[in-house]
Design a protein around this ligand. Structure first.
Ligand SMILES: [Zn+2]
Ligand SMILES: [Zn+2]
Length: 389
């Protein structure tokens, strides 16, 4: 009867991955064949330890083992592995790839062979294409026709490279060749992709003239793409299957559209919000006023409330951009800035001096007094808000 994997590694059923690793290192060192030359018992023990570690160190295999015991793995084990010795370094990092090791113990190299062969019909390379949008186009979303170069399967031979496919004589169509390797534990047979056909199992005969046997040709391609509203600089759009053709009739890669957005002449974008510096005069802040501000939908009139502070912000809800990921709309934020004229003359100056006198004479600087003289403020406001003043 087969020994329990936990007993083999001398750990408890609830041992952590760290415990298992430590136990494995300790035991592997003790029973390593290099340390026990010719000792068959040690060799078997070493094999057991590795087998147990292989299962218990993989959380998925461990849980399968916990539920079904050896039965879960025996059918694979009975297919009979050759020896070991590949990619193995018990005193370093252990196995490079546990998947490979697992195949080595349980039934040869079927899995790694499948993985290797997969790369021969692998996905083609991705293509990146840059698209520059006007600010408004990015805000509303748009459609664009884009033209780019890519490798496509040759239309004459459909990617074969010749008029017909013939079975590779070197590997007899299997795509792999078998080699016997001698290692610490005896000899084992490994499979490698066939060098003559690069693992395809077939060769092209009667070379295609359109692609000179390459199977692929460079082609210009034009497609129409829909760009969602709200995209920002650096946004990447994936168009699946529009990249380069895969090698050996493999599937195509993807096309990535990298978005650039031209800046808006007046509005500054931060995420889905827009910012605008709104310069106003002192009387506009004190008395309130209506002003025009640029928005995505053109100029709009907004009201500055009376008594607005210098350095503050006013928010225009829902006047920002749509976030293409969440669909939420941002705001436009007005950064209110007090505009102080460098030169004042005439009526302007006269009124300001009057105001200054008034403030100086005001016994109560926090001042309700000044508000009452509406006539002066109205004139002041007019003087300040006149265009070109
Ligand atoms: Zn071959
Ligand atoms: Zn061709």
């Amino acid at each position: 009867m087969k020994k329990d994997y936990y007993d083999v590694l001398e750990v408890e059923k609830n041992a952590t991955q760290e415990d298992i690793k430590r136990a494995y290192r300790r035991l592997a060192r003790r029973y390593h064949p290099d340390m026990n030359s010719g000792d068959k018992e040690a060799g078997n023990r070493f094999k057991e330890i590795n087998e147990a570690y292989k299962v218990l160190s993989d959380p998925q295999k461990r849980s399968t083992y916990d539920r079904f015991g050896h039965a879960a793995f025996d059918s694979r084990a009975s297919q009979g592995a050759g020896g070991f010795g590949r990619d193995y370094d018990p005193f370093g990092g252990g196995f490079n790839d546990f998947g490979d090791l697992f195949d080595m113990f349980f039934g040869g190299s079927t899995r790694s062979r499948r993985r290797e062969r997969a790369s021969y019909g692998a996905k083609g390379a991705d293509v990146v294409q840059e698209v520059t949008l006007e600010f408004e186009e990015a805000a509303t979303g748009t459609e664009r026709e884009i033209t780019f170069q890519r490798m496509e399967h040759c239309p004459e031979c459909h990617g074969v490279g010749g008029k017909k496919k013939v079975s590779c004589p070197h590997c007899r169509g299997t795509g792999e060749t078998r080699h016997t390797q001698t290692s610490l534990f005896g000899s084992m047979t490994v499979s490698r992709p066939c060098v003559s056909c690069q693992g395809r199992g077939w060769m092209a005969e009667d070379q295609c003239t359109a692609c000179r046997g390459n199977g692929k040709v460079r082609r210009k391609r034009t497609i129409k793409i829909r760009i969602p509203a709200g995209v920002d600089n650096g946004f990447r759009l994936r168009v699946s299957g529009e990249g380069e053709a895969g090698p050996n009739q493999g599937p195509s890669g993807d096309l990535y559209i990298s978005i650039r957005v031209k800046p808006h002449p007046q509005l500054e974008r931060k995420g889905k919000d827009l910012y605008y510096d709104l310069e106003v005069s002192y009387p506009q802040l004190v008395l309130g006023d209506e002003v025009e501000v640029p928005t995505l939908q053109g100029n709009e009139t907004i009201r500055i409330p009376a008594g607005t502070n210098g350095n503050t912000t006013l928010r225009m809800r829902g006047k920002g951009l749509v976030d293409p990921q969440t669909g939420l709309r941002g705001d436009e934020i007005l950064r209110v800035k007090l505009r102080v004229p460098r030169h004042v003359s005439g009526e302007h100056r006269r009124l300001l001096e009057q105001l200054l006198q008034l403030e100086r004479g005001n016994k109560n600087p926090s001042g309700n007094g000044s508000r009452g003289r509406g006539g002066l403020f109205d004139r002041l406001k007019e003087a300040f808000t006149q265009p070109g003043s």
